[in-house]
Design a binder for this molecule. Structure first.
Ligand code: ATP
Ligand code: MG
Length: 452
């Protein structure tokens, strides 16, 4: 059976005359992330069709679905079956898709079982709870490792996923569209015909046009397209449309979330990490690489730059007041981030700072750190509390890596009582006396680049 993917965009549709620029970027990102899998993308007005050019095996299918589940700019996608434009084939497919709607639910004892008498042989029994709910999905596909899809499968069109997983769907709606006007039935007639067919075969189901438990969509195009489930994608805007940001990536919880959030607003990302080996361990660097790989799953491309920061850090420690160590380290990091932005054509710098989270993130300290670059500093977490950031980190899959117990330079070199409200002019003058120019030049000349 042929399948295609229906793609849904949302915010892009508000872009007026520039819309096609955003769409082009989205499709280029998807193709890049598909890494050689050939697909045709067609459609308009926020509804697009992605058609694999060749027959696809299970692995290719997983790769396509993982890509669509994580592409910024898409709000969701469906897996649609393509069948011949005749009422028999369409009916069979609709029945099969409906019977699979029951597959995710355990029928409570004593309740009436739906009658899936027309379901094609080989289709899953309505009472099983192991099979896919999507008509087009094979059992293998649906049983795929949930971790391979960053976002949970949900049916955005109906609240079915939000309901008690143990409750059997009771209502449905058939929604038909006919772009081929020569087709024998109008959209309305087709919906009525198929609706009756479903009721005849699934005695427990009722039509509910306003708030159905699930919806079956039938589109009559050059072939008939049938789909139900809508899987969630992250939304936002396609990566790269906002230029590139240099993400200051530590091994902590915050900065990966900051990178994700700016990527969602269309930033391409290159990450920059400062390591202080041997004061920090090799594992601490490995951890950052793993975090970067996780962020990369949402992006068509990303590099990780690593700066050996030890000499700078030690020099700062030996030449300033203890209370200024963290603040001056941050300033040095910012100067290097600025150089990297210049070198790589980035247009912003991204950090995981959150107001008042730690001493280095008071307004006064942020002012000082920020004064070492003229690029816009994007701090998407500035108004979020730690719990909100943790929830997001769990959602994007970086949390478990971030909490591995390998400290980075900030904690290793942190003074017991860091300065909270520095006087801007005073610390600016003190920082100048440290004279970091040669140290920064040397470290920058030896920057390491990892392709993630
Ligand atoms: P995170 O904020 O990512 O949880 P953290 O709590 O160790 O890490 P903070 O003290 O909150 O770090 O640092 C504020 C921000 O400074 C980080 O979010 C990050 O953007 C940047 N930063 C700190 N340490 C490093 C580092 N070693 N390499 C790159 N950027 C860093
Ligand atoms: Mg932090």
């Amino acid at each position: 059976m042929n399948i295609i993917y229906l793609l849904k965009t949302c915010e892009i549709n508000l872009k007026g005359e520039n819309k096609s620029i955003f769409e082009k970027q989205l499709f280029a990102n998807i193709r890049k992330q598909l890494d050689g899998i050939k697909v045709k993308i067609s459609g308009r007005k926020g509804r697009f069709f992605l058609t694999p050019v060749d027959d696809i095996d299970e692995e290719t299918r997983k790769k396509i679905e993982k890509t669509l589940s994580s592409a910024f700019g898409l709000t969701g996608y469906s897996i649609a079956r393509i069948v011949e434009k005749n009422i028999d084939d369409i009916s069979k497919t609709v029945i099969d898709v409906v019977s699979r709607q029951f597959a995710n639910y355990v029928v409570p004892s004593g309740s009436v079982a739906p009658h899936g008498s027309v379901a094609p042989s080989g289709s899953t029994a309505p009472h099983s709870n192991a099979a896919p709910s999507d008509g087009a999905a094979s059992s293998d596909s649906a049983a795929r490792d949930a971790a391979s899809v960053p976002f949970p499968r949900t049916n955005c069109d109906s609240p079915v996923a939000a309901r008690d997983a143990a409750s059997v769907p009771q209502s449905f709606k058939i929604s038909s569209r006919r772009s081929d006007k020569s087709f024998k039935y109008s959209s309305y007639e087709l919906s009525c015909l198929l609706g009756k067919l479903v009721i005849d075969n699934f005695k427990t189901l009722k039509v509910n046009l306003k708030n159905p438990d699930f919806k079956i969509n039938v589109e009559i195009r050059d072939k008939a397209v049938v789909y139900s489930q809508i899987y969630k994608s992250p939304g936002g805007l396609p990566s790269g449309i906002a230029g590139k940001g240099i993400l200051l990536l530590s091994g902590g919880i915050d900065s990966p979330v900051a990178g994700y959030m700016m990527a969602k607003r269309g930033c391409a990302i290159d990450a920059l990490h400062f390591e202080t080996y041997p004061y920090t361990s090799e594992q601490s660097k490995e951890k950052v690489i793993e975090i970067a790989k996780k962020i990369k799953t949402y992006l068509p491309k990303m590099k990780l730059y690593i700066i050996h920061f030890t000499e700078i850090q030690v020099h700062i420690k030996q030449n300033c007041k203890q209370e200024e160590i963290t603040l001056f380290s941050r300033a040095a990091m910012m100067r290097i981030a600025h150089l990297l932005a210049e070198k790589t054509g980035a247009n912003s710098i991204i950090t995981g700072e959150s107001l008042s989270q730690v001493a280095s993130q008071t307004a006064e300290n942020i002012r000082f750190t920020g004064s070492h670059t003229t690029y816009p500093l994007l701090r998407p977490l500035i108004g979020m509390d730690k719990q909100e950031i943790i929830t997001k980190a769990k959602e994007i899959g970086t949390y478990e890596i971030s909490i591995l117990p390998y400290p980075d330079c900030c904690s290793v070199f942190a003074p017991p009582h860091p300065i909270l409200k520095p006087q801007f002019e005073k610390v600016t003058a003190a920082f100048k006396t440290i004279d970091l120019d040669t140290f920064i030049e040397n470290a920058f000349a030896k920057i390491a680049i990892l392709k993630i």
